[in-house]
Design a protein around this ligand. Structure first.
Ligand code: FE
Ligand code: ZN
Ligand code: FE
Length: 205
């Protein structure tokens, strides 16, 4: 597109945000499926509901302007989602996967916070106070989601993920000890296998 007018730039940025939210409504259910921590699952599920309402409110802004909402793919969001999914294509420990999901989800939220900060400022500059108010509402929802993820990470998920390493160390010590925890032939325990993999629901895709 020709970046020769502020209106076109605003519309381009709005479409980018709309595409980002639509992609997220598809990615979040997969993140919920892969998550184990009940607080994390609830936070992701609730943000999915919030995200669906954001899509509707963005559609309202396009409608007010008499413009189509579609026509652009946000490559930034596609990349963030793809990178987040990469981690889950391999078997892992549920606690560590939870920490990885939060790492990916917070990248998503920060990307959105940047987008809506700009969009709200653009709408204000244009004098579209109605759109500016909606965009600020959405901006605040993204900030809340980010802060909630930080709280979950710091209060439980990161600690649980760290303790997986300590459990493994204990198991290593036990299996090397005299007559203790001997591995039965043909039932080898490999490093990284804590036997809790069953809780994970596999990769996002
Ligand atoms: Fe959003
Ligand atoms: Zn984008
Ligand atoms: Fe969000």
């Amino acid at each position: 597109m020709h970046m020769d007018s502020f209106d076109k730039l605003y519309m381009d940025q709005l479409k980018d945000a709309y595409s980002a939210e639509k992609q997220l409504t598809k990615a979040l259910p997969k993140m919920v499926k892969s998550a184990t921590s009940p607080e994390l699952r609830t936070a992701l599920e609730e943000h999915l509901a919030v995200t669906r309402r954001q899509v509707e409110r963005l559609e309202g802004i396009f409608q007010d302007m008499g413009k189509p909402a579609s026509g652009k793919t946000c490559k930034g969001m596609a990349g963030i989602i793809e990178e987040g999914q990469e981690i889950l294509h391999e078997d892992g420990d549920p606690e560590v996967i939870d920490a990885a999901i939060i790492a990916a989800a917070q990248r998503v939220e920060h990307y959105e916070i940047a987008a809506y900060g700009t969009l709200r400022a653009f709408a204000e500059t244009k004098g579209d106070t109605k759109a500016a108010r909606i965009l600020e509402e959405i901006l605040n929802e993204e900030k809340e989601a980010d802060e909630r993820l930080t709280r979950i990470a710091e209060s439980s998920v990161n600690v649980d993920a760290r303790d997986v390493d300590e459990d493994e160390w204990d198991e290593d010590v036990e299996s090397k000890g005299e007559g203790q925890g001997r591995v039965q032939p043909g039932r080898g325990i490999s490093a990284g296998d804590t036997g809790r993999r069953d809780k994970a629901d596999g990769p996002w895709t």
